[in-house]
Ligand binder design. Structure first.
Ligand code: ZN
Length: 291
């Protein structure tokens, strides 16, 4: 019998799953597309945070090669759905952020009590639908009222949600660019291309710049490709979640798979940040839509 994992190990494993999931999807852009389409469709039904939803989606994909449907705790399955966890199924662990007071003192100048906290994660076991059996689950979870058709998207709506200046410019050789402080989009782009360019440049701005300065690690010429791959991957994930077809990014990722195996390791280190950037953008652009 294997020994039980500690909380710390379960938390580490959850983060490993997030990185491994990105790499897995990167090897198969069609799967990446389907995966984020599914995430977008179910966005308003997910009861867990976006990061926890991703952990569950990746776990289901990596363990079972299947698409995540829904998850609940052991007791909630029984109580709310009259289902039980199948014999031998192992829990999937999601992350619950916690804090505890590690120091308390009275500030001598203000006379007020000051508390210092330590932040940490607690791992919480849940099970995916396919790991359970019992009464059928009512299937209202696949209704698709989030999606607009891609033609209904308007680039100005997107720009209004971004908190850096975005301007249209006459550009000859690029669809857009950023200097870390503002974003320019080529006037020649149609609305959907402009939206995908916005996702791409936002990813550059958040991942590759710090307060307007390009991060040194990315300024080296051999990292240019990596930088573009990261921005294209984010753009592809976000557009798929919003139901926008983005073949340019899909091909870019597919070609990278063929040509540039050597940046795999570098990429893996950053895959977590990349995923979080995509999730943040999805929250920004569809999080407040009315259900
Ligand atoms: Zn770029």
């Amino acid at each position: 019998m294997a020994r039980k994992l500690t909380n710390r190990e379960k938390v580490e494993n959850a983060f490993k799953t997030l990185r491994a999931g990105v790499i897995e999807l990167l090897n198969n852009p069609n799967q990446m597309e389907a995966f984020f389409q599914q995430y977008g469709r179910n966005y308003h039904y997910n009861i867990y945070s976006s990061r926890n939803t991703m952990i569950l989606m990746f776990e289901t994909m990596l363990r079972k090669g299947a698409m995540f449907q829904m998850a609940r705790g052991y007791k909630a399955w029984k109580k709310d759905y009259n289902r039980t966890v199948k014999k031998g199924e192992k829990a999937m662990y999601i992350l619950a952020p916690q804090k505890r007071i590690i120091e308390k003192y009275i500030d001598e100048e203000t006379g007020e009590e000051v508390k210092k906290y330590q932040h940490y994660y607690k791992s919480v076991p849940v099970f995916e639908l396919s790991q359970t059996e019992g009464d059928p689950v009512p299937r209202n979870c696949n209704k698709n009222h989030l999606y607009k058709s891609a033609a209904e998207y308007n680039v100005e709506d997107f720009i209004s949600k971004v908190n850096v200046p975005v301007e249209f410019e006459e550009l000859l050789e690029a669809n857009g660019y950023t200097d870390g402080k503002r974003i320019a989009i080529g006037k020649h782009n149609n609305d959907l291309a402009a939206i995908c360019t916005l996702f791409h440049e936002l990813a550059h701005l958040h991942l590759h710049y710090d307060r307007g300065e390009e991060l040194e690690v990315y300024s080296k010429s051999e990292r240019r490709n990596l930088k573009e791959l990261e921005a294209e991957t984010v753009s592809f994930m976000v557009s798929a979640a919003l139901g926008i077809e983005n073949n340019y990014s899909k091909e870019y990722i597919a070609n990278w798979n063929d040509d540039e195996e050597d940046i795999d390791e570098e990429f893996e280190k950053r895959s977590y940040n990349l995923l979080m950037e995509a999730l943040n953008q999805i929250d920004l652009f569809i999080g407040e839509e009315e259900v």
